[in-house]
Design a protein around this ligand. Structure first.
Ligand SMILES: [Mg+2]
Length: 230
């Protein structure tokens, strides 16, 4: 029996690229206003990015910590250490607020609320979208991020965390995501049912097949019904 529907967030419930682009721009404006003579240009931060990652590879999935350290490291040419740290902390707050101002796919919120009447819903994400900031706590009862759990999808850890939290067997959970490898393959290997949200029309070779495929989030209730009726 299916009890829980878990979701990937970015590119499953909204398009993420414009969200990040806008958040980067708000972040740059804020930093340049706060710090005289400083210019935030992500393309020029590559050497710092590489140094931080080689010092601490775990930053590769700790996106909030990574970005905050990156901002701080780029600010130390203009500010003393302590001031750079406090500016980076405030800058990260500005970024996260903007990063969670998303434009949901049409009908997504109504669909989620509809499904939440019959199933427990939750989020399983590699990114730093946050169900509290997104206003999803009325329908989502749990969320696990790679930053929190310590290993990003396609590793099974996030799915195991959600299974443990909900007390579900894998066959009692459906995972809905857009990425053929990190979402469909990864959840299939843990034994979950999978629904591929083909939001980008991508056809990347995956090893396994989703149980259902949808092109519009509003088709999700029907896709779930098919799984339940099987
Ligand atoms: Mg995604």
């Amino acid at each position: 029996m299916i009890r829980v529907i878990a979701f990937d967030l970015d590119d499953t419930l909204w398009n993420v690229a414009p969200v990040i682009k806008r958040a980067e721009s708000i972040l740059a404006d804020w930093l340049e206003k706060e710090v005289t003579g400083y210019s935030y240009e992500p393309s020029k931060l590559m050497p710092i990015r590489e140094r931080l990652l080689s010092d601490d590879p775990s930053l590769g999935h700790r996106l909030t910590a990574f970005r905050q350290q990156l901002i701080k490291a780029s600010l130390v040419t203009h500010l003393d250490e302590q001031s750079a740290a406090s500016h980076a902390e405030r800058a990260m707050e500005i970024f996260l607020a903007a990063r969670n101002e998303v434009e949901f796919f049409e009908g997504a919120l109504d669909t989620l609320r509809d499904i939440a009447r019959s199933f427990q819903l939750g989020a399983i994400t590699n990114g730093n979208a946050d169900i509290h900031r997104l206003g999803l706590t009325d329908c989502f009862s749990f969320a696990f991020s790679a930053e929190q759990v310590g290993a990003p999808k396609p590793a099974p850890d996030l799915f195991h965390a959600a299974l443990a939290h909900t007390g579900c067997e894998p066959a009692e959970m459906v995972y809905v995501g857009d990425d053929p490898i990190k979402d469909v393959d990864a959840a299939n290997k843990v034994g979950l049912h999978t629904i591929w949200m083909r939001s980008k029309g991508r056809f990347i070779e995956s090893e396994t097949h989703p149980n259902e495929t949808i092109d519009d989030i509003r088709a999700l209730p029907d896709a779930i019904r098919k799984l339940v009726d099987r």
